[in-house]
Design a protein around this ligand. Structure first.
Ligand SMILES: Nc1ncnc2c1ncn2[C@@H]1O[C@H](COP(=O)(O)OP(=O)(O)OP(=O)(O)O)[C@@H](O)[C@H]1O
Ligand SMILES: [Mg+2]
Length: 366
């Protein structure tokens, strides 16, 4: 096991910068999730850690060792890809044994290790089959078994579950996470699925357009996003964003159809923005509809008015689309709560969970 340190790595393809001055330390034994939209540079970053790609600038360290220009075979890493990269003409046994054969392990040791990896992935009964005789989920288990059989220092996974159906994905998520915890192998897991990131990662590193925007434990990234991008990328339904102006005396935030009085401690933080435009962010679950549901563990709240535009009944939750001024905002209520369309409602907001962003820099101010 090893700590992985990326020190200001940049990757250019021609003039195009796919990864920009990315610095990040993945702790020994940590499960780090690289999260971001398509094309943000996740795979490129992973390929640089693996040695399949060389950075244009910057350095990569495994512990004290500078591995920046070391070929993949000398790094003791394993990779699992999105497509089940298992060899169709080999049995499951031979697929898993393959990396050990290349390393010229003795036959008995290969047999012992293949059995160990297969048992861990619960495919011990499939060793004689060919990949064509396996389901997608089983094939991906073979790929993971083949990755861990060499007991790598670093395990790299690039959207390994995205070809599986929704139900299987949930099961495999939990299994990969448990397996990683058991093995304690330093892991970088790439996904653009925010639920996968939230449920699997010890920490999440959020990227956009080649840049690392924020890294932290899932709850921290969720509750204290440092930018508009991170705030809106994580969470479903997405955080509501409202255009607003901070009053000159800093006592209220006002926008189309709402006015939110601010507690004294917020005024100090927002002092520089008095009289200026800001963006207010509120997650759907940090609001409630007065009289039909209550907010738990809330010490300070504010109230705005709206009317019901639409109801999404999800069974476990109800998403109320409320019209506030000319804008529709979403309020998430636990349980099944029927409210008539058109009904005037009072929306209660948890003030300790509101966010304020600078509309120009898109950085979080509060
Ligand atoms: N070999 C290459 N040559 C030129 N451009 C490349 C190359 N590889 C990647 N890119 C570009 O670099 C950017 C980042 O690509 P990358 O594959 O890292 O994205 P990603 O975050 O993994 O996206 P996805 O979620 O779609 O897999 C993209 O704009 C891509 O087109
Ligand atoms: Mg990719």
């Amino acid at each position: 096991m090893v700590e992985v340190r990326l020190d200001r790595i940049t990757k250019r393809f021609g003039n195009f910068e796919a990864v920009k001055e990315l610095s990040l330390t993945i702790k020994d034994g940590e499960f780090l999730v690289l999260l971001g939209p398509s094309g943000c540079g996740k795979t490129t970053t992973l390929r640089m850690i693996s040695g399949l790609e060389e950075p244009s600038e910057g350095r990569i360290y495994f512990g004290d060792r500078d591995v920046t220009y070391l070929p993949p075979k000398d790094r003791n890493i394993s990779m699992v890809f999105q497509s089940y990269a298992v060899w169709p003409h080999m049995t499951v046994y031979d697929n898993i044994a393959f990396p050990l054969k290349i390393k010229k392990y003795p036959r008995e040791e290969i047999e012992r290790k293949v059995k160990w990896a297969a048992e861990l992935l619960q495919i011990g009964n499939l060793l004689d089959r060919y990949p064509g005789q396996l389901s997608g989920g089983q094939r991906q288990r073979v790929a993971v078994a083949r990755a861990i059989v060499v007991e790598p220092d670093v395990l790299l996974m690039d959207e390994p579950l995205s070809n599986l159906d929704a139900k299987l994905r949930v099961t495999m998520r939990a299994e990969i996470k448990k397996l990683q915890t058991k093995l304690g192998v330093t892991t970088v897991y790439v996904t653009h699925d925010q639920v996968e990131a939230m449920t699997m990662g010890d920490r999440i590193a959020v990227m956009n357009m080649g840049r690392l925007l924020q890294v932290g434990p899932p709850t921290e990234v969720y509750l204290k996003p440092n930018s508009l991008f991170v705030a809106t990328f994580i969470g479903a339904p997405e955080m509501n964003i409202l255009k607003a102006t901070l009053a000159g005396d800093g006592t209220t935030i006002e926008g189309d159809g709402f006015r939110i009085p601010l507690p004294g401690d917020f005024r100090e933080i927002l002092l520089d923005y008095s009289g200026k435009d800001v963006l207010v962010g509120i997650r759907p679950e940090h609001m409630t509809v007065k009289g039909v549901s209550t907010l738990e563990h809330v010490t300070r709240s504010a109230e705005i008015e709206g009317s019901v535009d639409f109801i999404e009944a999800l069974g476990t939750d109800t998403i109320v689309h409320a019209k506030v001024g000319e804008k529709i905002i979403k309020v998430k209520l636990p349980g099944h709560i029927p409210i008539p369309i058109g009904e005037k409602i009072k929306i209660e907001i948890d003030l300790d969970n509101i966010h304020v962003f600078d509309p120009k820099t898109e950085k979080a101010i509060l």
